[in-house]
Ligand binder design. Structure first.
Ligand SMILES: C[S@@+](CC[C@H](N)C(=O)[O-])C[C@H]1O[C@@H](n2cnc3c(N)ncnc32)[C@H](O)[C@@H]1O
Length: 640
């Protein structure tokens, strides 16, 4: 019997006997009653003890992760009654121990109906069925700071463990792969959301400035600005300067290199759109030659045009043909995905058009359906990108203006519609202000932010640097300055890696099954990755509207409860729907003394809807049916 057959047979017998016993015993343990959905994760490994000593070197020199290092058995059993299908753990996750953190959404009270408009009700426990209420702005009887909101429709952050980050698979063998349309589209989203600057005017200035700086040639100095653009002494490495100078010189080099890179990126986009347009010129010229020479075959007309082009370009016919084939690919992409797909294409476009893997009618149809969505993202995040199109005679006017999430896109490719229009039937006064940071409801809190968590007394911290703020999770120093910050729990939301200009790659989309809007991931989010902070109005005392309810500990002890309401102000986390089998969850964290709520991925692929579990406290007594369509749906017949 070979090794893999032996493993399979061992796996079978272990699964059926041992697992059955353990599950039965645990099912009756009273300690599991405290868990919402207790699960047992069982992982068995067979390992070579010698090999374990070299644990960091799991790639055995042949680039292959040996089968024995993967779990022999890896299964998750639902102890609440339902057996969850067997999950084979991938090698990269093989070492993550423990139970899968279940997404228990903080008792976020669901947005009653899809209307973000709240109504206030009594603060007493209300157990009868409620109807979702739409209507006017929330009226507060009185701005009351409640210490403990005991009401439904309040989301709370679960006191659960944070979904661990996926382990980087160091053993993965890097292999060159041919580009496919899927990768091409992923590259477009990456370009758009990655902070690339495609403003032709500034790029040109930067390019000239860079050229002047690097050649020292006065003839190419862009302007008197050149000295500002090109860092003095770029040819000198920071190590050659004294420590005092090194940091400043490094920062200037970073900025210079970034600007040159962006300028060359813009030039590349120009090159591709011009080449795509040239193909149209060529075809049009061939048609013209054919119409003026009716006796010539089409083939001969093409050949004549080709030879003429070869002469003008100064290239051999073979080179010209090879290039034309790739440029024709650019043109096909432009026809399906629009100019935007070319401008924001990464380097992958060359390989895609060269090898044409998956370059078929179906792929082009997919790209056609994506085009309006890509345009929404490009127009709103890079409002000047269309100025590049002037070179190919197209209008520089954006089609979509405003914030990226002012538009609701459709998976089928129909035109995006304004966000507001999707709420007007329920709430004629609907408006939504996009926030980067939560704002404090001064009528309730004055300037006393209830999210403030006092730092521990000096000396009580495990942080060696003894800075004022330490992370409650990792115990490391928190700072907005890269050199002082040692907490990397929530990049890119907080701390040194925070990139304010970069928007999370998500879009608000129209759901097809009556849930109004939802949030879709455009790029994958690894398990444990922070997607965004739940921001809105920090207030208190709202009833019968969807709010995130949290409480912080006062300096002198005791809790105070506050709510974050996203009805009129907030960010994209406002559009996350509930699922009984969610792929994200909310997590409470403290960043530099302020409690924050973060939407964290449990493992999300590009194109998936992002969902969380609103929890029982959200659905309890609610006259609404869950439409998550999961087989494990708990509320398909309505609230509990
Ligand atoms: C926080 S909002 C989510 C965004 C919302 N779909 C929208 O268009 O504004 C919560 C509301 O979405 C709807 N919703 C979310 N998940 C749902 C689900 N699984 N089934 C039915 N309705 C859901 C409910 O109307 C709920 O009040």
């Amino acid at each position: 019997m070979d090794f893999s057959t032996q493993l399979e047979s061992l796996r079978q017998s272990l699964s059926d006997d041992i697992v059955g016993h353990v599950t039965e015993v645990l099912r009756n343990l009273s300690s599991t009653e405290r868990l919402n959905r207790p699960v047992l994760r069982l992982e068995l490994f067979v390992e070579d003890a010698d090999e374990q000593r070299n644990d960091d070197h799991r790639n055995h020199g042949d680039g292959v992760v040996h089968a024995a290092r993967r779990p022999l058995v890896s299964r998750v059993f639902d102890l609440s009654g339902t057996r969850v299908p067997t999950v084979m753990t991938p090698p990269s996750m093989a070492s993550s121990p423990g139970v899968i953190p279940e997404p228990v959404l903080p008792p976020l009270t669901p947005c009653a109906s899809d209307s973000p408009t709240p109504c206030l009700g009594s603060q007493q426990e209300n157990t009868r069925r409620r109807k979702g209420v739409g209507g006017l702005r929330p009226a507060r009887h009185r701005a009351v700071v409640v210490e403990d909101v005991d009401s439904q429709r309040q989301m709370q952050v679960p006191a659960r463990s944070f979904p661990k980050r996926a382990k980087v698979d160091d053993d993965a063998v890097a292999a060159l792969q041919e580009a496919s349309l899927g990768k091409f589209v992923a590259g477009i989203w990456e370009q758009i959301h990655g902070g690339v600057d495609l403003d032709p005017q500034s790029s040109l200035e930067q390019w000239l400035g860079a050229a002047a700086g690097s050649t020292g040639n006065a003839a190419v100095r862009a302007s008197e600005n050149t000295d500002r653009i090109t860092p003095p002494g770029f040819g000198r490495l920071p190590g050659m300067a004294g420590p005092a100078e090194a940091s400043g010189s490094f920062n200037r080099s970073n900025s210079f290199c970034r600007r040159v890179t962006q300028a060359s990126r813009t030039c590349r986009a120009l090159e591709v759109i011009v080449q795509a347009r040239w193909v149209e010129h060529f075809e049009s010229y061939v048609d013209m030659v054919a119409s003026t020479n009716p006796s010539m075959s089409k083939k001969k007309c093409r050949k004549a045009a080709l030879l003429e082009a070869c002469q003008d370009f100064g290239w051999a016919e073979k080179d010209m043909r090879n290039r034309m084939r790739i440029w024709a690919g650019y043109n096909e992409i432009k026809d399906a995905g629009g100019w935007v797909a070319l401008v924001f294409a990464g380097n992958g476009i060359y390989r895609l058009c060269k090898y044409r893997v998956g370059f078929d009618a179906e792929s082009m149809q997919t790209l056609r359906a994506l085009r309006p969505r890509i345009e929404v993202a490009a127009d709103t995040l890079h409002p000047t990108w269309r100025q590049l199109l002037v070179v190919v005679g197209e209008s520089p006017e954006p089609r979509f203006t405003g914030h990226p999430h002012d538009w609701v896109v459709s998976p089928c490719g129909s035109d995006p519609v304004p966000l507001r229009s999707t709420y007007l039937s329920r709430d004629p006064l609907f408006s939504f202000q996009h926030l980067d940071e939560s704002i404090l409801d001064a009528s309730v809190w004055g300037d006393d932010d209830p999210r403030w968590v006092p730092p521990p007394p000096a000396g009580a911290t495990a942080c060696p640097k003894k800075t004022a703020f330490t992370c409650h999770s990792c115990g490391q120093a928190q700072s907005e300055f890269p050199k002082q910050n040692a907490c990397y729990c929530f990049p890119p939301l907080f701390g040194a890696q925070k990139r304010a200009a970069v928007q999370a790659p998500v879009q608000v989309f129209r759901t097809s099954n009556g849930r109004n809007n939802g949030l879709q991931a455009l790029a994958p989010f690894d398990r444990g990755t922070a997607i965004g902070e739940f921001v809105g109005l920090v207030t208190s005392g709202l009833q019968d509207v969807d709010v995130m309810s949290s409480s912080s500990t006062r300096a002198g002890g005791g809790n105070r409860t506050y709510q974050i309401w996203q009805g009129r102000q907030g960010n994209f986390t406002r559009f996350v729907n509930h699922s009984c089998n969610p792929n994200a969850q909310f997590q409470s964290i403290v960043w530099m003394g302020l409690e924050r709520t973060v939407l964290v991925s449990k493992g999300i692929s590009a194109g998936q809807e992002i969902t969380v579990d609103y929890s029982d406290s959200y659905w309890r007594g609610l006259a609404k049916k869950c439409l998550c369509s999961e087989s494990c749906c708990r509320y398909r017949t309505g609230g509990l």
